[in-house]
Design a protein around this ligand. Structure first.
Ligand SMILES: *Cc1c(COP(=O)(O)O)cnc(C)c1O
Length: 394
């Protein structure tokens, strides 16, 4: 049965992803179940989308109720859900206004277009991003991405991007010119291997942008909605971004992306300048609202520090018994186990033992568990990972 599905898949779906030969059927919280009923502990739910795990009943309920009312509505009319959701997002971020799209790449695309429109008033169009960043796969977001491996064969890229060294003000100053209009940065680089921005770096960078009327844009596509222990990663610092881009977790599992722009700048975008047919559909907003309610009602953000400490301690313990591991880096429930060598083998072995994690940047095991994960589930993860790495039961 599985082989038949996989064969049909291979015959019909383009080969743009590396997939494990497992057919998943359903999910529940931090677990996935395959077509043979085998249970997997998912420490990488939906590539960072599953911030409250799989199939949360509140989200299922919101989606099914809304589906009987109104699934999609043209953005030439009003619906209460888009308004309510935007107001909630605004209150949680920079008090700005939202533009809704359908993915992280599109959220960044919107931010890049906004920055260019903003800069057109002063003849500026250059954007500084960072080495090892990841901003998406569309032309603008790919061009913004500071990793050559994502560009190969797709040149010429969109002009106007330069890539500074992460955590280096000297490098930023070197890249900056009179044409610089914006900086786009991940506070914790995800795809690039879980690299944390330093507080002094972010605060200095923010100040420099303020001084030079350069837009400070943060890509919170992966770090958003509690992932790092605050609603948004920039909130660990004393800064207020001009633009915040969001996606992954935002729609409670449904596709959504958003750009939140500082209130006094918003009106640079006028009717007709940018659009998305599906952006902010009622059903996606209903799911997003349900997700925000869950985070609030279940006090999930408040519980992250304890879970984070527990997970860090467990990972450090594993590191002490495994010479392949160089170091552990992370924040909240976003962790990277940095290996001295390629760690793809660890991911497939963990999968065989019923644990789903990810390998990024070649040598970094990445874990983005649901923030409603339990301490017992963190222990289970650690036991499996330890067994895979050391051959020892704990
Ligand atoms: C995943 C990701 C994106 C791209 O999001 P898509 O929804 O895949 O387009 C952009 N930025 C960051 C930081 C991401 O992690």
């Amino acid at each position: 049965m599985n082989n038949k599905i996989i064969d049909l898949h291979k015959a019909s779906v383009m080969n743009t992803y590396t997939r494990a030969p497992i057919v998943m059927e359903r999910g529940q919280g931090s677990y996935l179940f395959d077509s043979e009923g085998k249970k997997y502990l998912d420490f990488f739910p939906g590539f960072g989308v599953g911030v409250i795990g799989h199939a949360h009943p509140a989200i299922a309920d919101a989606i099914s109720k809304q589906a009987t009312k109104l699934i999609h509505l043209s953005n030439t009319l009003y619906n209460s859900l888009q308004a309510e959701f935007a107001a909630r997002i605004s209150a949680l971020t920079n008090s700005g206004k939202c533009f809704f799209a359908n993915s992280g790449a599109e959220a960044n695309e919107a931010a890049i277009k906004f920055a260019r429109q903003f800069g057109s008033q002063t003849g500026r169009n250059e954007i500084i991003t960072f080495k090892n960043s990841f901003h998406g796969r569309t032309y603008a977001s790919m061009s913004a991405t500071g990793q050559a491996k994502f560009h190969k064969g797709f040149e010429p890229l969109l002009p106007g991007f330069s890539y500074a060294e992460f955590n280096s003000m000297d490098s930023v100053r070197e890249k900056m010119s009179g044409k610089t209009v914006a900086v786009l940065i991940e506070i914790v680089q995800g795809e690039g291997g879980i690299n944390l921005a330093e507080k002094s770096f972010i605060e200095e960078l923010f100040k420099l942008c303020k001084d030079k009327d350069i837009l400070f844009m943060v890509d919170e596509v992966q770090t958003g909605f509690g992932r790092t222990g605050k609603y948004f990663a920039y909130q660990h610092f004393d800064i207020e971004p001009d633009i915040v881009t969001l996606a992954k977790a935002i729609g409670g599992g449904l596709p959504m992306g958003a750009m939140v722009v500082r209130r006094d700048l918003c009106d640079i975008f006028k009717p007709g300048m940018h659009a998305s047919t599906f952006g902010g559909s009622p059903i996606v907003c209903a799911a997003g609202l349900a997700m925000l309610d869950v985070i609030e009602n279940e006090h999930l953000i408040e519980q992250i520090p304890g879970k984070s400490e527990h997970m860090a301690a467990k990972l450090e313990e594993i590191k002490s018994g495994c010479s392949r591991i160089d170091r552990i880096e992370g924040k909240g429930l976003m962790w990277g186990v940095k290996f001295k060598d390629n760690c793809a083998d660890v991911v497939s072995e963990c999968l065989e033992h019923g644990l789903i994690i990810n390998c990024t940047a070649g040598s970094v095991l990445r874990m983005l568990p649901a923030i409603n994960v339990s301490l017992e589930e963190i222990d289970m993860m650690a036991a499996i990972l330890n067994k895979v790495l050391t051959g020892k039961e704990k």
